[in-house]
Design a protein around this ligand. Structure first.
Ligand code: SF4
Ligand code: SF4
Length: 380
């Protein structure tokens, strides 16, 4: 078995630990990356169990720590966990919708030593923000953004892009600049979780993406260092896959609310893999020895055409979740690659998107009722 992403035989530590504190969330985003069957995983680790995870993660070598969810602010112990993370020497990032981030909690999080906040918006307009999250939260989010800056936190504004809001990219950038965000992450939708359930509605056209990228580049030329804009073209529109997570089990370790350890936060979409729980195993054993983390490490697991491909060190065969979702076999080449015999499936999706009227079918919003219905349907 060749372990590291660089195929040099050495297994790196998990540099990036993501603590998904809860799947609960006051929003119902159409593109949420939480598992579609999240309602079947209602258990959450206790404060003491999370503290133990943080200690083990730091001892393994993790340096970056994200607190996410769901909405991590729904955990009353968030400040306690941030304080422990700070004591351990992590660089901490809170990934939040902003709902629940009031003056009192911002003060407490500052005192606890939180380093960074990533605040999500769904759009630059109230209408679309509130439609896509199925809530009335736009005005509140704007107030939260001001409060974050007033408390002196560096802020990433995050906006997931798709067919509905790509034409608003200029306004979204204007909003980030007006809010004083140091970074703007324009995250083109990845079609996992709820976004996969709504793929027909959310998939953009190639023309929309080209126009948005041109707008981003124009802003980059004029705004200088004021705000760093990240914009990555979604891989459905390219002919080589991304080096997903920098390799399976290479640098990323995610812990789901119930304690399942994941090599990627969407890995639960792959059936047949048993993701070990931190309630039963140490993080060291999970990272080094578990079957799930070793399943797609390195290059030895590859089938053709990846196995004999001279580009395999570059993209490591792409995304395992995408390979499963589009081909039914997670060990296949990511079908985004035009060397894959399944590449036609990707072409069909984007061709259909170009011809489709987005109002043809309703959006399935993320909520408990839809989660239980979709997971019941999937198990039949
Ligand atoms: S994407 Fe939306 S629904 Fe999902 S966790 Fe984030 S804020 Fe909540
Ligand atoms: S065949 Fe596999 S390794 Fe080669 S470029 Fe395509 S996805 Fe990457």
């Amino acid at each position: 078995m060749t372990f590291s992403a660089e195929a040099d035989g050495a297994l790196s530590p998990p540099l990036w630990l993501l603590a998904e504190l809860t799947y609960r969330c006051p929003l119902h985003c159409a593109f949420c990356s939480n598992p579609v069957d999240y309602a079947r995983h209602p258990n959450e680790l206790s404060t003491a169990q999370w503290v133990d995870v943080l200690r083990q993660g730091r001892a393994l070598g993790a340096a970056q720590l994200g607190f996410s969810g769901g909405e991590p602010l729904l955990r009353d112990d968030l400040e306690e966990l941030v304080a422990e993370a700070r004591r351990l020497g992590f660089y901490t990032n809170l990934i939040t919708s902003g709902i629940g981030l009031n003056e009192e909690r911002l003060t407490a999080l500052k005192t606890a030593g939180l380093d960074h906040i990533q605040l999500s918006f769904q759009d630059s307009t109230r209408e679309l923000n509130d439609f896509l999250s199925n809530t009335k939260t736009f005005d509140l989010k704007k107030r939260v953004a001001s409060a974050i800056k007033a408390h002196g936190f560096p802020m990433v504004m995050n906006c997931v892009l798709h067919r509905y809001n790509l034409p608003h990219v200029d306004k979204i950038i204007d909003m980030a600049l007006a809010m004083g965000a140091e970074y703007l992450e324009l995250a083109n939708t990845q079609y996992y979780g709820w976004a996969r359930a709504n793929q027909a509605q959310l998939m953009p056209t190639a023309a929309q993406l080209q126009e948005a990228e041109a707008v981003v580049n124009r802003y980059r030329e004029t705004i200088g260092e004021r705000c760093k804009i990240y914009f990555v073209v979604p891989d459905y529109f390219e002919n080589r896959p991304k080096r997903c997570m920098n390799g399976w089990g290479a640098v990323f370790l995610g812990i789901a609310p119930d304690g399942a350890a994941l090599p990627c936060h969407t890995a639960r979409s792959i059936p047949g893999l048993h993701f070990p729980s931190v309630l039963e195993h140490t993080l060291r054993d999970i990272w080094h020895d578990s079957a799930a983390f070793n399943r797609f490490r390195g290059l030895d697991w590859m089938k053709e055409p990846c196995r004999s491909c001279d580009e395999k060190h570059l993209d490591l065969g792409g995304c395992r979740c995408q390979a499963y979702l589009l081909t039914g076999d997670a060990a296949n080449a990511d079908p985004v690659c035009d060397k894959s015999s399944n590449h036609e499936k990707v072409i069909q999706v984007i061709t259909a998107a170009a011809m489709r009227d987005r109002t043809e079918q309703p959006i399935t919003f993320r909520n408990d009722k839809n989660s239980l219905a979709l997971s019941a349907k999937a198990s039949h």
